[in-house]
Design a protein around this ligand. Sequence first.
Ligand code: R2B
Length: 294
Amino acid sequence: QLPKQPARDEPRRRSEFVQVKNPHSDTTEENVLYHLDLGTKTHNLPAMFGDIKLVCVGSSPNRMRAFAQFMHKQLGLAGTDRCAMYRAGPVLSISHGMGIPSISIMLQEELIKLLHRAKCRDVTIIRIGTSGGLGIEARSVVITDVAVDSSFQLVVLGDVVVRSTELDKDLVGELLACSKEIPDLPTLVGHTMCTYDFYKGQGRLDRALCSFSSGKKREYLKRAYDTGTRNTETESSAFAALCGLCGPKGESSRGRFHVLPAPPCSPASPHLRVWFGVRFRQPESQKRIPNDFN
Ligand code: R2B
């Protein structure tokens, strides 16, 4: 059984704009997005980014550059903009580093503010990443329906707050439908377990210091599998919670989704359809050592 998900914080306004939940934002004269090298006084954000519809985030800068180049070609665009992020027409491709602290800084404090300040509408945000599969065929794509950890807790000024980490069901369904159009790409929907640490959090034995047995590891991963978890990584809960809170569009697209370890697409939007056509194949040399419980 899944740990019970908390209710969403509050009913959201049916707005298609990306929202920030910050009572101080209207009184802040200037927003500096330090890690993106952008600011509201130095850049005309609506002119630069107001037409963005799809944001793809992932930990590796190289992967996000490759993805932006692919989209650039697919969309038949002439020029590229590039800073710490890559832009191909209505698609932004941004790396977020590894782990919750890193993705939280990029996503919450900067990307969401950027989309809000740029007055973007109808934006979909997708995380493309690698992950460890649990009891599934190697190289499968897992479309995350919910990100789980022991409980998604954030400490804000010393207080613990709990956020929902459910992702958008409609989009999950659309992605799955699109995956069927691509031969030889095993794709499934499952829960993604987000851990604070790639090694001990995911029961890995190939560590510098290891205090648990392989039996204990197997028992732990089997327990995760039994709750519906099909892969593990280190960013999804922050991703899901932040997108859920700031989703640009009422019900249908507020949750967004998150795909691991390779991307798919959706019949609903042309951008998603193109995106789904992309197939990142992990080179043999980068193949992960399976971390399975069998
Ligand atoms: C999966 O892969 C990376 C660690 O190698 C990290 O970003 C993650 O969650």
